[in-house]
Design a protein around this ligand. Structure first.
Ligand SMILES: [Mg+2]
Length: 217
């Protein structure tokens, strides 16, 4: 038996994906509204999704401006006002958070766990997320693909995030993401991983040693 406050299998830091973990997925109503604003033929969501996602990685990586991205989605250049409308509606779809996850993270933060956000996000959304209360209160740092010019699952993205935790040993850092390919890349660098599937209890379970070991310390 040991009385060390940090248990052997404890987690000292978290690297967190945003959307699908802290952030909630857009509703169908939100997608329909965006398709409407894009004047998408027949409000046909499957084809709109295809058009939306095809250039998204390049947009997230900071390779496309807002105008260049939406020109690719629409197949033509929107005017300045239309572009602002589209960007605002797009951004708003990704800003709703899950209070259950934030609650668990607040407890972990209070127990001394360091947290770093690592999100594939375009520049404007990055600014909006950076200005939130949860970002200020919970995260030691927040790394966004548009600023890194790197998207997960590029290993270099995780290396930046690990450095930002200040923890040298990746085995004491838990990476949480709702995408399996992102988790596998993190595991390849020696990070612990949680493939998050929308169950806050899974996250809580991973953090129990940290929460128990450091409560009141
Ligand atoms: Mg995600």
């Amino acid at each position: 038996m040991t009385h060390k406050s940090v248990s052997h299998n404890g987690v000292d830091a978290l690297i967190l994906d945003y959307n699908g973990v802290l952030g909630r997925q857009p509703t169908t109503a939100m997608w329909t509204r965006l398709a409407d604003l894009a004047e998408w033929p027949g409000r046909h969501l499957p084809s709109f999704h295809d058009a939306f996602w095809a250039p998204r990685n390049a947009y997230d990586a900071g390779e496309l401006s807002d105008l260049a991205y939406w020109a690719k989605v629409l197949g033509h250049h929107p005017g300045a006002r239309w572009l602002r409308t589209l960007r605002a509606a797009d951004t708003a779809m990704w800003t709703r958070t899950d209070p259950r996850v934030l609650g668990i993270l607040s407890r972990a933060r209070a127990a001394g766990v360091t947290m770093v956000l690592l999100s594939n996000a375009p520049a404007h959304l990055s600014k909006v997320l950076d200005a939130t209360e949860w970002r200020r209160e919970l995260m030691a740092d927040a790394l966004y693909s548009a600023r890194l010019h790197l998207c997960k699952p590029d290993p270099a993205a995780y290396e930046h995030a690990l450095a930002a935790t200040g923890i040298a040993d990746p085995a004491r850092v838990l990476f949480v993401d709702d995408r399996d390919d992102n988790c596998r890349a993190a595991a390849g660098l020696g990070l612990r991983t949680l493939h998050y599937t929308g169950q806050p209890a899974d996250l809580e379970q991973q953090l129990l040693p940290a929460l128990a070991g450091r409560a009141g310390s």
